[in-house]
Structure formats: C-alpha cells, structure tokens
Design a protein around this ligand. Structure first.
Ligand SMILES: Nc1ncnc2c1ncn2[C@@H]1O[C@H](COP(=O)(O)OP(=O)(O)OP(=O)(O)O)[C@@H](O)[C@H]1O
Length: 339
C-alpha cells in the first residue's frame, strides 16, 4: 500500500503525463485531463469526435508517456470475434500457423487498447470486447490470458451511420466516460494545426513525448489508493443522490426541455454502476487537484462525460439523444443546487 507521500509523487507523475501529451496534442486540455482521470480511475473510454481531430495522436501520446504496449484494431463489418483473439496465416514453409491476436499477443504489457470505429464491428465482436473490458481476461488456446493493466478506448464514428451497429445501452454503461473530442475553436490553435508543419507529422509529435513516465503495472494499485484516500462528505453524498434521482425523474427537480414531454422522456436514468463511476472519477479529479475531499467542482468536471451516455430515452426521443442528453445534463447541473 502506498503512503500519502507516494501518492503525492504519483500525482506529480500524472500531471507530468498530461504536460507531455499536451506537447503533441494542442487545444485539447479538457480531453487530456479526462483521459488521465479515466486511467487513474481505471475506467474505459468511449471517444466520440469528428474525424481527424487527433484521437489517434492523443492515445499514442498517452501510451508513450505511461509506457506499456499499444494496440489498435479497426472495426469493420467483416471483423469476427476470433480476429481479436488469434491470427491465422501461412508461414514461409507453407504451413498453416495460428498466433495470439491483438488482445493476447502483448500479454500483461497491454496497457492501451484502441478500438477504432467500434460501431462498424458486429455485436458479437462488441460483446467479446465488453467481456474483456470487464474481466481483463480472455480464455484461448486452453489457457487464460490476462491483461490487468489494459484501458480500452473505443471510438465511435459519429459522421457516418450507414452499415453501423450501434452499441446497446448496456454496452455503453460499461464505459466510464463518453468523451466528445471537439474540433478546437481557438483561432491560434487552428492556425498552428494548419500552418505549423510539426502538426502534420504524427510520428514527430509522438517523439516529443517523454517515454515511460509511470509504473504502469501499478496503475490498479495507485487507482485503488486514490479511492481510499479521497473522502466524500455527507453533504456531497446527498448532492450525488439528488443528481442520481434527477437523471431518473428530472421533472421532480423542475427541469424542463423545450418541446419535450418530460413525463415521457426517460426510459432509465443512471445505473448504480454509472453513479459509482461518477464518484471514482470525481475522487480522481480531486486527487489530481491536490485535495483529499471531493468538492462539487470535481463532480461537475466529470458529470457530462459520465452521465451523457447513460440516460436512456424513450424511442420517440432517442433519435434526438445527442442534443437532449447534453441539454438535460446541463439542466441537472444548473437546477440541483451544489452544496
Ligand atoms: N489537436 C491536435 N494537436 C496536434 N495534432 C493534431 C491535432 N488535431 C489533429 N492533429 C493532426 O491531424 C492529423 C490527424 O490526426 P489523427 O490521425 O490523430 O486523428 P483521428 O481523430 O484519429 O482521425 P480519424 O478520425 O481519421 O481516425 C495528425 O497528423 C495529427 O497530428
């Protein structure tokens, strides 16, 4: 078990990781902070963003800074669950061979697993991934492979909807965050991305990041230690329970959305798993800020990313989910008075 001093050392390392990643990826401070929170809160991340906003670059930069192995898989309609587990080919002597596939071949060194365009992969593939995320083990070749330090980042292409398999609601709930990585709005950042050739060369950007800063095989232990060391007061407990209830019955808290029949909007609010993810993430934010108590600001920092993908609407409203969930979470933060 780590002492408070050790936890403080780890905090400095965690902040150093953010600073290193920010050398490669500009104008994405919030995304970088939240990815770091997910790493230390030991949660998986659903990434939703426009194309070409630097998703791959930010993940490769993180992978280099924290160390361990990186693996990337492309979701396609013909990908089969077995393709994640083994790889078949014919060797130089013409013999058929089977090797461990992308999930297994790194053994315990697998730390960052990037599943690109998860909504192009069939539900069978998605469910294998979800099982691997929850258990961090897979059985194959008559033995169990474990990858206890893995964090999954799954990207959902939001531009195209043709030939896609949307993640089921239960699947979305397995992700601690859904992060929306926006195009930078700042003109100076935009200018640099277009005119500074350093940002046209991903390899060069990744090289700027200092490598292997963290004892990545201790992430689980550090994360658990953070959870034990950061307290939530009774006032915070009451506030969180109100937030939870507001995700189920927003009308009870005076929340109204334009053009929406509030009595028919919600199919299901946040799950217990979702609310515990909220607390784990908020404690991690508090720790990164150098505090030992959760404050409402820590909850506010993660609430949209934790709650947005976990509120389920009735079918009439589900088509407008992106717009409605953002508006609803904003009102929940607005209407429930922070202690
Ligand atoms: N904020 C940023 N900071 C640094 N480089 C960026 C940023 N946004 C985009 N780029 C650059 O744009 C290019 C595309 O980035 P990248 O491949 O990481 O995007 P992506 O979101 O993964 O794309 P896709 O949606 O096609 O998978 C890279 O050369 C990358 O360095």
């Amino acid at each position: 078990m780590g002492s408070p001093e050790q936890l403080e050392d780890w905090r400095h390392l965690a902040l150093r990781v953010e600073a290193e990643v920010a050398k490669a990826v500009i104008g994405q401070a919030q995304t970088i902070r939240l990815i770091n929170v997910a790493l230390f809160a030991r949660g998986h991340v659903l990434l939703e963003g426009d194309v070409g906003v630097g998703k791959t670059t930010v993940l490769r930069a993180f992978s280099r800074a924290i160390g361990g192995d990186f693996e990337r898989v492309e979701g396609t309609v013909d990908l089969m669950p077995g393709d994640l587990v083994y790889h078949t080919y014919v060797d130089a002597q013409g013999r058929p061979r089977i090797d461990p596939g992308p999930l297994l071949r790194h053994g315990e060194r697998l730390v960052t697993f990037f599943f690109n365009e998860i909504n192009r992969a069939r539900p069978q593939v998605q469910s294998l991934l979800l099982r691997a995320m929850a258990e961090r083990t897979v059985s194959a070749f008559d033995r169990e492979y474990s990858f206890p330090h893995m964090t999954v980042f799954a990207d959902r292409n939001k531009v195209e909807r043709e030939e896609t398999f949307e993640l089921a609601s239960a699947a979305r709930d397995r992700f601690m965050f859904e992060l929306n990585m926006p195009k930078p709005a700042d003109r100076e950042v935009r200018r640099a991305l277009v005119f500074d050739t350093a940002f046209h060369d991903t390899e060069g950007l990744i090289d700027k990041v200092a490598p292997e800063l963290l004892p990545w095989d201790r992430l689980n232990a550090i994360g658990a230690q953070v959870q034990r060391s950061v307290r939530a007061s009774e006032t915070i407990e009451r506030y969180v329970l109100d937030l939870w209830e507001a995700s189920e019955k927003p009308q009870k808290f005076g929340i109204r959305l334009d053009g929406v029949d509030m009595d028919r909007l919600i199919l299901a609010g946040a799950s217990p798993r979702g609310m515990s993810a909220l607390l784990r993430a908020a404690r991690t934010v508090a720790w990164l800020e150098g505090r030992t108590h959760v404050e409402p600001a820590d909850l506010a920092a993660v609430l949209p990313s934790v709650l947005g993908h976990r509120i389920f609407f009735t079918p009439v409203y589900e088509l407008r989910r992106a717009e409605l969930s953002e508006a609803l979470v904003a009102q929940i933060m607005d209407k429930i008075a922070a202690p």
